[in-house]
Structures are given as C-alpha cells and as structure tokens.
Design a protein around this ligand. Structure first.
Ligand code: FAD
Length: 357
C-alpha cells in the first residue's frame, strides 16, 4: 500500500500531470472474484462504484473473470454485464481452479500490461487482499487498501481513494500520481449493491494463461470447505443486534442473543468483547472486524468509538441504547434510548416476542 505522506515528495508536489507513457492507460476494471463456481458479492458492489467513476472519466467499465472453463465462468461473465460492465476480460484455464497467488497474479499482470486499465479494483476479501498485494508488486504501482470512499480528483483525473488511518482516528485520501493502474481494495458491504439490469450484455475478450503447472510453487492437495455453519453472516444480515462493554458481564451477552433470535437477526459486538472472549472474532463489528449494512442496527452498551462507527454507520437505521446521553454513538444513531441496556434489551425481546407471535 502506498499512502500519501503528510508532506508530499517533491516530485508529486511539482506536478499533477501524468507522465506521457502512462496516458495510454484507460478504463476502470473490477476483478470479479469467482471461487468454486460462486462470485463474491463484493464484486458486484465494486462494479456499481466503477460505473460512477467511469462515467466521471467518460471511459468504460470492464470486469475480469478468471477460472476453469465450465465452473461458473459463463454465469460470472453474464452477471458482470448485468451489474454494469461494458466488456469482460476472460481467462479460462484449469490452473485457475483453486486460488493460488502465482497463476492469478500472472493472469492479471498480463491482462493489465496488454490492455492497460487506469483503475483496477478488487474486493478486500481474503483472496482479494492476497491478490491485490502481489499484483501491485509485480506491476510496480500504488495500492490503497480497505477504501471507504472512491472519487475522481477534478484536476488530475486521478483516483482519490479514502481510507481510515492512524487506528481509524483520521481519514486520508491517497492518489497514485506517477504509476498506472491505480489500485484499490474495498471491503464487502462498504459500497451499496447496484440494481442488476438483466438485459445488458457485451463483448468478451478472451486471453490465455501463459503458464504451466511446473511454473507454480504452491500445490493444492485437497479442498476442504469450511464446516462451521455457525460462522456469523454479519456483513449480509438485514438486522443486527450488538452489545458492548455496557453489558458488563459475560452472561449478559445472552440478552443480545435473545433479542437477535426474536428478530431473526445476526448478533455481534464491539472489539473489547472479543478481547475478553465473550464472543468469537467473526462477530466483531468495526474497522478491524466486519462492515455491516443492515436495514436495522441495534447497538446496546456501545460507546460508538470511531473504529466501531466506520463499520456500522452504513446501516439504514441505527438504534442506540446507552446510559450516557453524551455517548458518541448518539452522534450517528437515528434513534436513541438513554437507559440501562440490561433492562431495555429484555423488555424489547418480550415486546417483539408478543408482537411477532
Ligand atoms: P466502551 O467504550 O467502554 O463503551 C461502553 C459504553 O456502554 C459506554 O458508552 C457506556 O456509557 C455504556 N454503558 C455502560 N453501562 C451501560 C448499561 N448498563 N446500559 C447501556 N449502556 C451502558 N472497536 C470496535 O468496536 N470495532 C473495531 O473494529 C475496533 N477496531 C479497533 C482498531 C484499533 C487499531 C484500535 C486502537 C481500536 C479498535 N477498536 C475497535 C476499539 C475502539 O477504539 C473502542 O475501544 C471500542 O469500540 C469500545 O467498545 P465499547 O463501546 O463496547 O466500550
């Protein structure tokens, strides 16, 4: 990742003019993350964002699909058009069956060097984070990870990628001025999901993977799907109920779980509860946990620190329960109850149970 330092280096400060040899780079690309026949939904969120950037730049949006033929690539290509791609680059090869850094990096590096996109975006998933770092290194370009906002700088036409920094206490905007493509990763659910247009279609540009198995150092011996069906699906939940240190004792976590169960919601927490071992790490909401975008977020006994806020303020409606009327969470909650969560959570559970019975 390259972050713009407080004092820009002399070269960047002198001119925002793009070097001549990089002016051939055009269009906005999104890596469509296809794994075992399924596309990660962050790819569609990024296509929605790419559309806005491309419209500002007056260029096209392209999707990049990598995978073995017949394992969801056709469907991924079709859907990429539905979600806003004008064209799709497709590399089909059995070497792309299970994700490995080497062949995926090689396929994308070759595509970029041949077709020269000015912006390339990937989801900040486990796969996307690995691939983005490797790719930025081979392409010798700048990568801004975990962006929360993307825009085009009016004067330089550069991608202005905003992300939290200094432990989330500041937001910084980073621009890659002297290299192309400009790369960014964005976490799932940070950008909103565009409406698909099922009538859209477009050209598919096929390329080959110039690699053989012997070139790849990593060998996949077996693929074992995650057996833990209890893994929290916070990022995709419609309703989330969460608790913070205001719950006071580990047994009070049950009050959050009870309300979540009645509402058919997912439950989560602030980071200190993970550190205390009151909930598992997959339930942490915030900058170093999950970003949520539910229709309703109920936060009980959570102060609303900036690191928690960046992961939860995308909720359509936020109801905060806190004994302190000056708690920062009331700055961004839509509804607030000043009171004891240990009394209010069970009262809400009872009220909803009676109403929904
Ligand atoms: P507190 O800040 O202690 O707040 C407890 C709140 O409960 C208070 O507002 C209090 O008024 C209220 N309260 C007390 N009793 C009751 C009661 N009976 N009923 C109702 N309200 C009550 N935090 C995250 O959440 N997610 C992250 O991803 C995250 N990442 C971080 C990354 C870094 C690098 C750092 C440095 C910190 C991170 N944090 C994160 C921690 C964050 O800064 C806060 O410390 C944390 O969010 C506070 O958790 P809390 O609100 O539960 O606790």
């Amino acid at each position: 990742m390259s972050e713009t330092p407080a004092k820009p280096p002399a070269r960047a400060a002198k001119s925002k003019e793009l070097p001549e040899h990089l002016k051939a780079y055009r269009h906005v690309w999104v890596f469509i993350e296809l794994e075992h026949g399924r596309v990660h939904s962050v790819s569609w969120e990024l296509l929605g964002e790419a559309r806005k950037l491309a419209d500002t730049l007056k260029v096209d949006v392209a999707g990049v699909v990598l995978g073995p033929a017949g394992e969801g690539t056709d469907q991924a290509v079709a859907e990429a058009f539905h979600y806003g791609a004008d064209q799709v680059y497709l590399v089909e090869d059995p070497l792309l069956t299970n994700y490995r850094t080497d062949p995926f990096t090689k396929a994308l590096t070759d595509l970029v060097n041949t077709h020269k996109p000015e912006i390339l975006m990937l989801g900040a998933s486990t796969l996307g984070r690995d691939l983005a770092g490797a790719l930025a290194t081979t392409l010798a370009t700048g990568l801004t990870a975990d962006c929360t906002e993307l825009a085009i700088d009016g004067t330089s036409r550069a991608l202005a990628a905003t992300r939290p920094t200094f432990g989330g206490s500041l937001l910084c905007t980073i621009m890659t001025l002297a290299a192309r493509p400009q790369m960014a990763t964005v976490r799932p659910r940070v950008m909103s999901m565009p409406e698909p247009d099922r009538s859209r279609a477009g050209p598919v540009i096929r390329e080959r993977l110039d690699m053989v198995e012997e070139d790849i150092v990593t060998k996949v011996l077996d693929f074992i799907p995650d057996a833990d069906t209890n893994q929290a699906q916070l990022a995709f939940a419609d309703i989330v109920v969460a608790g913070g240190l205001g719950l006071q004792r580990p047994e009070n976590v049950q009050l959050v779980k009870d309300l979540a169960e009645v509402l058919g919601a997912e439950y989560g927490c602030s980071r200190p509860l993970i550190q205390k071992g009151w909930m598992t790490a997959d339930r942490q909401i915030g900058q170093t946990g999950k970003t949520i975008r539910p229709r309703l977020y109920i936060a009980a006994g959570i102060s609303g620190a900036i690191q928690h806020r960046v992961g939860s303020e995308g909720a359509d409606r936020i109801l905060a329960i806190n004994t302190d009327p000056n708690a920062p969470i009331f700055d961004f909650a839509h509804h607030g109850i000043v009171g004891d969560a240990l009394e209010i959570l069970p009262a809400l559970t009872e009220a909803f149970r009676a109403r929904l019975a």
